[in-house]
Design a protein around this ligand. Structure first.
Ligand SMILES: Nc1ncnc2c1ncn2[C@@H]1O[C@H](COP(=O)(O)OP(=O)(O)OP(=O)(O)O)[C@@H](O)[C@H]1O
Ligand SMILES: NC(=O)c1ccc[n+]([C@@H]2O[C@H](COP(=O)(O)O)[C@@H](O)[C@H]2O)c1
Length: 389
């Protein structure tokens, strides 16, 4: 059994981390990121214009790769300072939420960059140029009584959809409400091409779509291309080891107010189907399951129609490690499927509002998922909709 914690991996008790020390939060502690707010720092149209002239904000194939240095420079030029705001509801009937600095959720800023031309952090296309993305990694732990947490979502993302982005937001709420952990960063890790799953677009496209989605709709999510850049398929246990290496061994975790550093707990964020696959023979090795569940842990978003708890009860290993598994109930069911998105594209149907516009544009520009069939105006009205007058 590979239950012992390897050198350098944070030695955090697996039973205590999902327990919140105090009872549920008062309205004063409600995270800002769940509250509607208007971006205080509205984009400066003038600078957008000049930015647009340097980088059109369009995704032409020629522009698709800026190179590490240029990308970093570009990113530094366009990065806006993060803004901390208090949100006070106008409606006196509801709870009054006043936030002090401590209560401000780290990812509270609501970003709507969908139509704003901005440079996107671009990842290396080969391992020689690779560097671990940490441009949105929080510098300090806000509440030092908490365990710093990094979520890693492994998957195909062919293409990434709003459901995949939503998974992180659902996780944020549950972690805030039910655990004594503080979310520091979230990463997508698109699977290697060698995975050979049906419908898998080449990994540089999937990575790029994830980047567009993260940079244009989120203020805290990042994409790591390391897994996709490997020469062959890399098991999820190895991918989590890579994150541990980069975050804890190389960076030393996160900084505390006294200047010391604390290791971050790293957990796999996945849907109920992924955890169900852990019960299928031959899909996961037992030692990997011990390693993932024991040394890392899983945050599982239930899927429509799946009963994650029933599965946990039935599966010996998962049940044994249940203290390290956090199950997220979807309060608003979202069942957007990449498979169906690909099918819609092939059939010339609209995929708008299922995934970010920037990703839709990218798909169209690069003619992805069309196979032999032409895509007819995927940005416009579905050809099957007839409006009776
Ligand atoms: N409807 C859903 N509810 C909860 N989690 C989901 C849902 N769809 C996908 N996920 C999760 O999103 C992650 C990435 O999914 P991935 O892209 O590999 O599969 P997918 O979205 O089902 O795509 P495909 O349709 O190509 O199989 C996985 O952890 C998966 O479990
Ligand atoms: N043995 C393993 O490490 C193992 C097995 C099955 C799926 N996975 C991962 O799960 C993710 C999602 O896979 P599916 O798209 O097949 O659901 C992928 O990132 C894949 O690498 C890992």
């Amino acid at each position: 059994m590979e239950t012992s914690i390897k050198d350098g991996v944070p030695k955090i008790s697996t039973t205590s981390m999902l327990e919140k020390p105090t009872p549920g939060p008062t309205p004063q502690q409600t995270p800002a990121n769940t509250r509607p707010s208007t971006p205080a720092n509205k984009p400066d149209l003038k600078s957008q214009k000049s930015e647009q002239s340097q980088s059109s904000g369009e995704y032409s194939p020629d522009e698709d790769w800026l190179g590490d240095h240029a990308a970093r420079e570009h990113e530094a030029r366009i990065r806006r300072p993060s803004v901390t705001r208090a949100w006070v509801p106008q409606n006196t009937g509801g709870p009054s939420i006043q936030q002090d600095r401590r209560d401000v959720a780290p990812f509270g800023e609501v970003i709507d960059l969908e139509e704003v031309p901005r440079g996107i952090t671009r990842q290396a296309r080969n391992l020689d140029n690779y560097s671990f993305p940490c441009h949105r990694f929080r510098e300090n732990l806000i509440d030092e009584s908490k365990i710093p947490l990094v979520l890693v979502a492994c998957g195909s993302y062919s293409p990434i959809t709003y459901l995949h982005l939503r998974m992180f937001e659902m996780a944020t709420d549950t972690i805030h409400e039910q655990t004594n952990m503080e979310l520091i960063a979230g990463y997508f890790s698109p699977v290697n091409d060698d995975y050979k799953k049906e419908g898998l677009a080449p990994s540089h496209h999937r990575v790029r779509m994830c980047e567009l989605a993260c940079e244009r709709t989120s203020s805290w999510l990042m994409v790591d291309a390391w897994e996709s850049l490997q020469k062959k398929y890399t098991r999820t246990a190895e991918v989590l080891d890579h994150f541990d290496e980069e975050i804890n061994k190389k960076r030393g975790g996160i900084r505390l107010s006294d200047g010391s550093r604390r290791p971050c707990k790293i957990m796999l964020l996945a849907g109920g189907d992924l955890i169900a696959s852990m019960g299928e023979p031959g899909v996961w090795s037992e030692s990997d399951l011990h390693h993932i569940l024991g040394n890392f842990g899983c945050v599982i978003v239930e899927r429509t129609g799946s009963d994650v708890w029933a599965f946990l009860l039935a599966h010996d290993l998962l049940f044994a490690y249940r203290g390290n598994v956090l199950v997220i109930k979807q309060l608003i069911y979202n069942d957007i499927s990449s498979t169906k998105v690909r099918l819609f594209i092939r059939r010339g149907m609209s995929i708008r509002y299922l995934l970010p516009n920037s990703v839709i544009q990218y798909i169209e520009r690069h003619s992805l998922y069309r196979d032999a069939e032409p895509v007819k105006a995927i940005f416009y009205q579905s050809p099957f909709v007839r409006i009776e007058t």
